[in-house]
Design a protein around this ligand. Structure first.
Ligand code: ATP
Length: 238
């Protein structure tokens, strides 16, 4: 079976900066795949390339067997991919509810669709229900991350891409977020997860890719990567 997402020899640039130098990776339907690497390695750029924010200069980018390279972000969302960016980017001056409604924007005309999405979010994150009328900017870091993930789920993606969901959160909160990601996956959403916290990510991923200065240097099952201290030390800074 062909993978849900397939990148082959992707090259992406910021002006003259060659950020991705021939990245190839695959995400199968139902998988959780982690993309790991140090600061500036190209993790965020990989997600931005997939979501259409940084269109690739060359290479192939297929989702569900269709070429999506160079499509604008709203079309990528419509194709079934959502991107929860680094730093969460929720709208602090809007309420929790309003942030969720914006996540369902592409299908906004249908009120039932919005309501279903909001109900699902509140089931996953009861905390958000309690705080639904609160301004998002007043939430804790962990709650803001929950909101960012929920907002991403509002479009009912086939593939959810998360950029460093653990960033700036206390270990106990990180653990909770990782469990929720696992639950979202169990409910049928494929996940591509970027993390600097390699141990947390490999704890739930099926497979992992390691990126260094714009190139994939290693990929294997999470089990193999997890148990190899040499790899953890060399690539992930134990
Ligand atoms: P981090 O966790 O720090 O975001 P990363 O692995 O996600 O790291 P990227 O953000 O993808 O790394 O950056 C890859 C390379 O592209 C780096 O050399 C970075 O300096 C460069 N880069 C990223 N964003 C821009 C930009 N907007 N303009 C120019 N260069 C950029």
């Amino acid at each position: 079976m062909s993978p849900l997402l397939k990148l082959e020899e992707i090259h992406s640039y910021y002006g003259k900066i060659h950020a991705l130098k021939g990245v190839s990776l695959e995400v199968g339907e139902g998988e959780i795949v982690a993309l790991l690497g140090s600061n500036g390695a190209g993790k965020s750029t990989t997600l931005k390339t997939i979501s259409g924010l940084v269109p690739p200069k060359s290479g192939t980018l297929e989702f569900g067997g269709k070429n999506i390279a160079g499509r604008p972000p709203h079309q990528v969302v419509e194709a079934g991919i959502t991107h929860v960016p680094e730093g969460r980017r929720i709208f602090g001056g809007l309420t929790v509810m309003e942030n969720l409604e914006l996540g369902g924007f592409t299908k906004r005309k249908d009120k039932a669709f919005l309501k279903d999405g909001i109900d699902r979010s509140f089931e996953l994150f009861p905390r958000l229900k309690e705080r639904k009328d609160q301004l998002a900017g007043t939430l804790s870091g962990g709650e803001q991350q929950m909101l960012a993930i929920s907002r991403g789920l509002m479009a009912e993606p086939k593939l959810l891409m998360l950029d460093e969901p653990s960033m700036g959160l206390a270990p106990i909160i990180v653990q909770g977020i990782m469990e929720i990601i696992q639950e979202i996956n169990k409910q049928g959403t494929t996940v591509l997860l970027i993390e600097q916290n390699a141990r947390a990510a490999l704890g739930l991923a099926d497979r992992g890719y390691i990126i260094e200065t714009g190139e994939i240097v290693l990929h294997d099952t999470a089990e193999v990567l997890r148990d190899d201290d040499r790899i953890i030390k060399a690539y992930l800074g134990a």
